[in-house]
Design a protein around this ligand. Structure first.
Ligand code: H53
Length: 809
């Protein structure tokens, strides 16, 4: 975009004055940020309009990515960058004596997701726009995002996250495109004079769905897509029926809070309401588009792909059926053909408790018409499957089972494509979790390994690294990520390796200053920065990390001259508020941090930093400064992981089990350039199957391990209530569900290898460079290209020489 500094300065001053009626010199950071954000949005708006018009004019196929979670992160910098305006904006502001970075920090970070799932959805939105594909996001505008985490005496405390407090400059309320969503009441079918069975409703709760649209800006290609988030309101014509604030609650609460459970499924009525609300509004607005432009309904699958992100939006299937049958008067068979060809589903977890199941009674009461349709889908499925595959498979794959609606089964049956998010994960789906479906529909299954956008996670988060890569291999890699492999050619180049070490040190100094500022802890930037950042969950095994730190601490106490490389162990993790055990792990880590960080015998050998309120903005600060990336989930449990990809792309070396996408990381970078330890997924399956694992035996036979576990309960760690006992119990007395003790010895060994390598800084830098240079296959641009080619059948709408250009992988 062509805007001069002079023009920008003039427009910025005008913008500020028109909003606040005084001069920018008197503005607070929030006000200045708001003015700047609105001005940037203004620059975006013409592309936004033109992109929409182009899609309509060319009648291109559009993707609708339905997701209960999006985690876009702050948008000012990335929007200005993708538009090509970042330098102009920075220069213009500095002419006015304003700091861009300071203003950018005033933006709220919308926490409209829990973790990997939501962040993936946002990386995908960025890639869709950057590839010039017509991709729309469809989700919920939660009034309160994921809770703000604080530590009080080492315990996690949850505070409300009022991210809309100072307004959200990026969104546009679109009153022209509202829809009505109906809940509850009675429904019956009656034949009309054309012989169609049409539903009649009475006593329904009617909720107005109001869309808020946010621009998704493509990288230097003039494409701006739409993220549509729905908000629940009382229909204007029904306002008079509501007499008190309390009466309005059942409506307002629908979009009030994000469910703070990552993977864990919370069986609550409100959650089901949220899911249907988002799905119904989204599908209605798609079909309205068809009505408006008079597209024959049978062409829907050629013009629309609806993606079901995890089971949460699986009600898309019966909702699309409902609209096609009840409102468009198509036959069941016609409607089914369209629905099935339009929908596709990604599974993101094998955790049984995360695969949603809704009580049939709840579904019937809340969504009576939808339930009728689900029942019919189920009956037809059973009728067709039984003669071909017999009783066992049919009942195991049915949608209605033992009083519940199995949402994963609904999603698989209603979709033409089912994918997992890393090779291992897809294999597990096909051979275990969805094995019976794989027998029924082998052609539906495919793998799509996750990806990340390098634009946010490297170009913007790590400008010094970006500049170094540019200097060595030119800038092509920004538009063609596979070009990054050229950087491998510099693995023996002293100048490059020294500069790479300098970049890392600079990033670590910056993070060290931040640690000092927010935690009051002094850390040595030359120490090894060891990072584990992700949701807190037993399967991710932050407590394995904890046991290793405790082990080091005990060794140092026993022998203060022990030769450990100085380390800073960095954690960022929120626990679901109701996940007691995860919160106990947080408390133990925090108490151990108090002990270790203040023990003069330890000095710089060991420091522990547990950041509060981990989220996208904090990740952007931590990741460029990481030396080690902890990816230590129990093999088979982490579907893919994406922090592993971000950390690798920033030159961290991965310390990993062979789980999720770690396996592909190993394959790309080579066995010698990361640290692998622990059980393989096959070994895990075998141990579970033959039930031979005895955690207590390990505790009793391995003296080092015993010392560590005893330290949880013998008063070594100060200021604990029963948290140390809780960990001990789960690991020793309740047989250690996630095989932490089993993997302990090989983890410690791998950690010692990490130390040895770190002592050779140039060898470390060489491996770091190889990791960076091997990270391109994890660009979300490639992932999206594969979704587009194999599942959605959509193509880029920009000329080949514009924007991101994927020659090969
Ligand atoms: O999705 C990520 C994966 C990660 C997986 C995560 C996830 C959620 O964040 C929430 C629910 C869910 O079922 C899965 O745990 O392994 O990388 C994106 O695919």
């Amino acid at each position: 975009m062509e805007i001069t500094v002079k023009q920008f300065v003039k427009e910025f001053k005008q913008q500020f004055q028109s909003m606040y009626a005084y001069s920018y010199e008197e503005g607070s950071n929030e006000q200045l940020y708001n003015a700047l954000g609105l001005l940037v949005k203004n620059y975006i708006s013409s592309h936004w309009k033109e992109t929409r018009e182009k899609y309509i004019k060319n009648s291109v196929k559009q993707v609708y990515y339905f997701s209960m979670e999006f985690l876009p992160g702050r948008q000012l910098k990335s929007n200005a960058y993708n538009l090509g305006l970042l330098d102009v904006v920075k220069e213009g502001l500095s002419e006015l004596d304003l700091s861009f970075d300071q203003l950018a920090e005033a933006e709220a970070d919308p926490a409209l997701g829990n973790g990997g799932l939501g962040r993936l959805a946002s990386c995908f939105m960025d890639s869709l726009a950057s590839l010039g594909m017509a991709g729309n996001g469809n989700g919920i505008r939660y009034q309160y995002g994921l809770f703000r985490q604080k530590f009080v005496d080492g315990y996690q405390v949850e505070l409300p996250e009022n991210w809309l407090r100072y307004r959200n400059v990026w969104e546009t309320r679109n009153d022209k495109s509202t829809c009505m969503v109906r809940f509850g009441g009675n429904v019956w079918l009656e034949e009309n004079h054309q012989g169609h069975l049409v539903p009649h409703y009475e006593n329904t709760l009617n909720v107005l769905a109001v869309p808020y649209d946010t621009p998704m800006v493509g990288y230097r290609n003039d494409t701006v897509n739409n993220l549509r988030l729905w908000s629940a309101e009382i229909p204007v014509e029904e306002e008079a029926n509501y007499h008190t604030i309390e009466e309005t609650e059942p409506i307002k609460e629908i979009t009030q809070v994000l469910y703070p459970d990552d993977s864990n499924y919370e069986g609550r009525l409100l959650r089901l309401k949220q899911e249907y609300f988002m799905v119904s509004a989204g599908v209605q607005s798609i079909i309205r588009h068809f009505r408006k432009y008079n597209v024959p309904r049978k062409n829907i699958p050629d013009k629309v792909a609806i993606h079901i992100n995890d089971t949460h939006p699986a009600l898309v299937v019966p909702e699309l059926m409902r609209i096609l049958i009840d409102e468009e008067h198509l036959s069941w068979e016609q409607a089914w053909e369209i629905t099935f060809k339009t929908c596709s589903y990604t599974n993101h977890t094998i955790l049984r408790e995360a695969l949603e199941k809704w009580p049939i009674d709840m579904m019937k009461e809340l969504l009576p018409r939808i339930y009728m349709i689900i029942e019919e889908i189920n009956n037809r499925f059973v009728e067709n499957t039984m003669p071909l595959y017999g009783e066992r498979i049919t009942w195991q794959t049915a949608i209605l089972q033992n009083g519940v609606v199995n949402m994963a089964h609904l999603a698989v049956i209603g979709s033409h494509s089912v994918n997992g998010v890393a090779k291992l994960h897809t294999d597990i789906l096909m051979n275990d979790v969805l094995k019976d479906f794989f027998e029924l529909y082998p052609e539906r299954f495919n793998n799509k390994t996750n990806g990340i956008t390098q634009r946010r996670w490297v170009h913007l988060a790590n400008p010094d690294l970006t500049q170094l890569i540019d200097e060595k291999i030119g800038e092509n890699w920004k538009l063609t990520p596979s070009e990054l492999k050229v950087f491998k050619g510099f693995e023996k180049d002293k100048d490059t390796l020294n500069k790479l070490t300098d970049v890392k040190l600079k990033n670590k100094k910056r993070l060290a200053a931040h640690i000092k500022e927010v935690k009051g802890i002094t850390v040595d930037p030359n120490a090894l920065f060891d990072v584990q950042i992700k949701r807190l969950h037993a399967y991710k095994r932050q407590h394995l990390n904890l046991l290793h730190i405790l082990h080091r601490y005990l060794e140092i106490k026993e022998n203060p001259s022990v030769d450990y490389v100085p380390r800073v162990f960095i954690f960022g993790a929120k626990a679901a508020p109701s996940y007691h055990y995860a919160k106990q792990i947080i408390k133990v880590i925090n108490s151990l941090a108090d002990l270790v960080n203040n023990d003069p015998d330890v000095g710089d050998k060991l420091k522990i930093v547990f950041f509060e309120n981990y989220g996208v903005s904090l990740a952007e600060k931590i990741i460029p400064a990481a030396d080690i990336s902890e990816q230590i989930s129990l093999a088979s449990m982490e579907a893919s992981g994406t922090s592993n990809m971000k950390l690798m792309a920033n030159g961290a070396l991965t310390l990993a089990t062979l789980d999720g996408a770690n396996i592909e990381i190993r394959d790309f970078v080579g066995e010698d350039n990361l640290f692998v330890f622990g059980l393989s997924s096959k070994e895990v399956y075998k141990l579970k199957e033959n039930q031979s694992y005895q955690a207590r035996e390990l505790y009793e036979s391995d003296q080092k391990l015993k010392n560590v576990l005893d330290a949880l309960t013998n008063g070594t760690i100060p200021n604990l209530q029963d948290e140390g006992y809780a960990l001990f119990d789960s690991l020793v007395n309740f047989n250690d569900e996630y095989f932490v003790l089993k993997d302990f010895a090989s983890y410690v060994e791998a950690q010692n290898k990490v130390d040895d390598l770190y002592k050779d800084q140039s060898e470390w830098a060489r491996k770091s460079l190889l990791n960076i240079a091997s990270s391109a296959p994890f660009s979300a641009d490639y992932t999206i290209q594969r979704y587009a080619d194999d599942i959605w059948k959509v193509r880029s709408c920009v000329e080949e020489d514009e924007g991101v250009h994927l020659v090969d992988e």
